[in-house]
Design a protein around this ligand. Structure first.
Ligand SMILES: CCCCCCCC/C=C\CCCCCCCC(=O)N[C@@H](COP(=O)(O)O)[C@H](O)/C=C/CCCCCCCCCCCCC
Length: 216
């Protein structure tokens, strides 16, 4: 029986490894590894219960759009996020001001995941400084309100806010991360966060330079 990648067991270490291999020595972001990082995160979310499946579906859909670009006839232009942005903008394959002919452009699709990466960064920062009594739902909502929520319609914010209350407590959350004791989780978080932050910042700068941070 074939098993979808998203259904395999999550380990935080694996996500760390994919984000480690995301950046080239010239600070280019390899799309293949970026997408692999997201696949790992979706696997984590799938372990948390079906209440998150509407979020997971959207992420999987966006991951698949990027994989299709990577595996398509113009895949060579999609090796890094930098080459993708240049190719799509030079070839006018991006809707810049309103949705139109290119609802599945790589630039637009990646921007949605990029914004979600900021949520992840803020959430992991909170987890890293959390104590046994900290509430994962509160940390998740705060991170969401400071980032992704600003790009979501009211109905999505409402649904996301409701789902956050179904998050398990910190101890279970750490168990699902599958890296060992809370001390080991903290250590892996300490390794993971700077990598995620760097990938986020490189992407943010690239999108800002090209004035494509608000793609419809
Ligand atoms: C290291 C382990 C600890 C943390 C692990 C977290 C795992 C999170 C995995 C995936 C995060 C989901 C990424 C969601 C991408 C959302 C992209 C987006 O903004 N899509 C909206 C806009 O798209 P277009 O309509 O413009 O195409 C779309 O409307 C969204 C629909 C679904 C709702 C999105 C809610 C996002 C909440 C993010 C927090 C996830 C909380 C997971 C709990 C751990």
């Amino acid at each position: 029986m074939a098993v979808a990648l998203e259904d395999l067991k999550f380990t935080l270490q694996e996500v760390l490894d994919t984000f480690k291999s995301c950046l080239s020595e010239h600070k280019e972001v390899f799309l293949e590894h970026y997408v692999a990082g997201w696949r790992g995160l979706v696997r984590f979310m799938n372990c948390l219960g079906s209440v998150f499946s509407f979020i997971s579906k959207d992420a999987v859909n966006k991951i698949q759009i990027l994989v299709n670009h990577l595996n398509g006839e113009n895949g060579a232009h999609y090796v890094t996020i930098q080459s993708m942005v240049k190719y799509e903008l030079d070839s006018q394959l991006v809707d810049l001001t309103k949705r139109g002919s290119f609802p599945e452009s790589g630039c637009r699709t990646l921007l949605r995941l990029h914004r979600a990466l900021r949520w992840l960064e803020l959430f992991l920062e909170r987890l890293q400084t959390s104590t046994e009594d900290s509430n994962t739902s509160v940390m998740c909502s705060e991170a969401y309100n400071e980032s992704l929520a600003q790009h979501h319609a009211w109905i999505i914010r409402k649904a996301a806010g409701t789902a956050f209350w179904a998050l398990p407590g910190r101890a279970t959350f750490f168990d699902v991360m599958n890296v060992g004791s809370p001390e080991q989780v903290m250590a892996v978080l300490g390794d993971t966060l700077p990598l995620i932050s760097e990938v986020y910042q490189v992407t943010e700068d690239l999108y800002a330079q090209n004035n494509i941070l608000e793609l419809p």
